[in-house]
Design a protein around this ligand. Sequence first.
Ligand code: DAH
Length: 396
Amino acid sequence: MTGADPGGASHGTGAAGTGVGQVVAEDELAGAPDPAVDPAGWALAAERAVEAVASAEELRSLDPLLLGKRSQLTAARQRLGGLAPEERKAAGGELNRVRQQVEAAVERRRGELVAAERRARVEAERLDLTEPLAAARARSLGATSAACGAGVAVWRQGLVHLVQRTRDQLEDVFVGMGFTVADGPEVETDWYNFEALNMPPAHPARGMFDTFYLDVEPAESVVLRTHTSPVQIRVLQSGRLPVYAVMPGRCFRRETADARHFPVFHQVEGLVVDEGITFGDLAGTIETFTAAYFGPGISARLRPAFFPFTEPSAEFEITCTICHGAGCRTCSGTGWVELGGCGMVDPAVLQAVGVDPERYSGFAFGFGIDRCAQMRYGIPDMRAMFDNDVRVLRQA
Ligand code: DAH
């Protein structure tokens, strides 16, 4: 034995930081036989010490006593010099063997401890975003009085907002039809929002879009996008053809809020550019989408219209979902409600982004997501969707 005192509190991480596991481990080593005399007995005690530590940190602190400078093993090795050559060889071999055995035990234990610590950390850092509601509040939201009276904590799961839900459903329908989903910025330059879409400065069609400008130089050069159509330009600029994409997002116009308008609203844009695309493809796509999204009994029709970025252009209307075509106040007695605009992409738009209009043709469409939600969930006033009255949010 060496003169070291492996069980003393002066070892390891020091008395204050020494855990119970480490104290037990150091005791094991203090009571271990001299490895020069009983190598197997020492290895057994060393393995018990390794098992006793409770953290990777404790295991690291144990190392000097276990296999390092202050270990019985190192002391025994130092005493080998006093032995006859034959004996030295045998004893040295034996010490190497038990060292390897204990090293393997240390590695195995380290792996276990690191994995357990990682699991504990992940668990501790998990963020629970659900909110437990106190019984009184839960009652006001309609929980049963039995649950509230018993003081039972009531958990209610949050709901996805109607507009977001509608957007998700629209994306699902179009993805099912083979479209990809693309995204663009809500703040756009005048060029993307107007000019590349065939609306040069002072073009009368700009009057359709009452715009918010950003206060940056040069004046009136940057706007909150008034529609999702500029994303068409960005998708075409990426240079990958053919395009079959939908582009949902938030838009802004200087509108006074009323039952059918809101200064912040949502649109979904569609763009198909490929060889040989015709107006028939556009009509078929709108019809397929309408049936898939609104269900049987609701169909679409196109009416001539004008948009600067499509030629020819159309407005598309769907059967009124409130009266199913019979005529009611929502559809002003016509049986139809307008959903959006569409048309064949104007060759000037393709040219603005370097696509050859002789080779490629395409169609585009755009419509209001909020309008879709209104129609699908029968909400007469658009403002209700943004008032945050939970009764509206909960109904769907
Ligand atoms: N961007 C138009 C608007 O907000 C809607 C629209 C019409 C989009 C025709 C289109 C289209 O892609 O082809 O009023």
